[in-house]
Design a protein. Structure first.
Length: 466
């Protein structure tokens, strides 16, 4: 009788078998790699999520921080202006000395020319000094030792002719530049005075002197020049600068440069400047100042973009002081954060990859070692079962590397012992049965289902032979 049908046997035959060695060797490595890849992916996602959250917070906080920073800058500038106004002597002296020293450097660079008629100023030197004099009300004048004007002669020419020597005794009070402090002090005490001075300084050439004009009634103008010169050198991040306009609509300091002559805002090429100026003037006249958002060019040749500025006023000078920031100033910060993010991610991915590679090699070697051990143990069992079919075969458990295999080996050995014991018992029973059958005098034989003789006793054997 067949227990299984053909289809059932084929199904059992076709059932896919899995390799234990592959399971022990390949699958753990795959699971290990998948796990680490998941961790890396989660870490990357977490970093990107933190970056997006940081950008959102930055977009919210940046404008407020910038507004606070703008007001702080303007208040510092106003403190500086008040400090200059409270120490006029020191700043005016510094201003005059700075201009004279610069003029001396220019003079040493070009030098005057000596001829039969004395000294003359070359055209290149005159042009340089002309540009230099445009920047201040305190004009530079070059004289010889007889105090005859060598530069600039044309404002002081007399009606007697161009060749007539020009002397300035009637126009200025001559004094040494070292006396400037006392002169300024006196002018501050007597604000009604309108005296004009020419303060002289000797040069390396004993026959040449440098003079600088000083009008006692222009102290405020000089202090304003000092402030404009200082503030024009102040530059903030993202090419930001200080704005100074007058109440009557002239730009003194624009895009970080002193405007000579001042720009007439109402007639400027910037079509929206007049409207912006009217609003900033309103804020300047308020005690607390104010913020103004408008569209402006960061550079002369670019499109306008949104800008926020804070404006305040210096009422006694009728100055509007402001500074601002462009809304797009946040873009470089975001770009920097983005660059830092990907730099961190790439660096960490490299570290993860190196770590993963090392762990993978270690896992590979470890799994390979134990897989080889397992394979050798399995082969030992295969040889055991092949030889066990032919006779007594015992597995040497000392050659097994795993405790589970050792347990199986003990069970297999016990099975062999039991098989041999039962085999011995069956052999004895068979001999005893054979003896009993042969001892019976009756004829005994046995056939199979096809009536073929399978055996008989001694009596039947004797009967057949006779």
């Amino acid at each position: 009788m067949r227990i299984f049908g053909t289809g059932a046997r084929d199904k059992v035959t076709r059932q896919k078998k899995h390799s234990l060695i592959r399971i022990l060797y390949i699958y753990p490595i795959i699971f290990f790699l998948v796990g680490l890849t998941t961790i890396i992916a989660y870490y990357t996602w977490l970093q990107i999520y933190k970056y997006k959250k940081q950008v959102e917070e930055l977009k919210t906080e940046f404008p407020e921080k910038q507004r606070t920073e703008l007001k702080s800058r303007i208040l510092l500038i106003k403190d500086y202006i008040y400090w200059v106004k409270s120490h006029p002597e020191d700043h005016i002296i510094q201003h005059l000395n700075s201009r004279v020293n610069t003029a001396e450097t220019i003079l040493n660079t070009f030098s005057v020319i000596k001829n039969l008629d004395g000294y003359t100023v070359p055209e290149a030197l005159a042009d340089t000094l002309n540009e230099f004099n445009k920047r201040s009300e305190n004009k530079i004048i070059i004289l010889n030792k007889e105090q005859v004007v060598l530069y600039p002669a044309y404002p002081f020419r007399q009606s007697k002719g161009k060749s007539t020597p020009v002397k300035l005794n009637s126009l200025y009070k001559f004094d040494d530049i070292n006396s400037a402090y006392l002169i300024i002090k006196k002018s501050l005490q007597n604000k009604q005075t309108t005296s004009s001075y020419l303060l002289l300084k000797s040069t390396g050439n004993d026959e040449i002197k440098i003079g600088i004009t000083f009008q006692a009634d222009q102290l405020n103008t000089i202090l304003q020049e000092v402030v404009l010169d200082s503030l024009s050198k102040v530059k903030y991040t993202n090419n930001e600068y200080i704005i100074i306009n007058t109440y009557n609509g002239f730009a003194l300091l624009s895009r970080g440069q002193i405007q000579i002559p001042p720009i007439d805002i109402k007639n400027s090429a910037e079509t929206n400047w007049k409207e912006i100026f009217n609003k900033e003037l309103d804020y300047a006249k308020k005690r607390e100042g104010g913020y103004l958002t408008y569209f402006w060019r960061n550079q002369p040749d670019v499109e306008r973009s949104e800008k926020t500025s804070y404006f305040s006023g210096i009422n006694d000078w009728e100055w509007i002081i402001g500074t601002g920031f462009f809304t797009s100033d946040i873009n470089p910060i975001i770009a920097e954060l983005n660059a830092e993010l990907w730099n961190d991610i790439i660096n960490n991915l490299i570290r993860f990859f190196i770590f993963l590679l090392i762990l993978n090699v270690l896992a590979y070697l470890t799994m390979r070692f134990y897989a080889i051990k397992a394979k050798s143990n399995i082969l030992l069992f295969l040889h055991f079962f092949k030889r066990a079919a032919q006779g007594i075969q015992i597995i040497d458990s000392s050659k097994l590397a795993f405790s589970e295999f050792d347990a199986i080996a003990k069970a297999a050995n016990q099975m062999i012992y039991e098989r041999e014991r039962i085999k011995s018992v069956l052999s004895a029973e068979k001999s005893r049965l054979r003896y009993m059958i042969d001892a019976i005098p009756d004829l005994i034989f046995f056939k199979d289902v096809d009536s073929k003789f399978q055996g008989c006793n001694k009596a039947f054997e004797k009967y057949i032979n006779n």
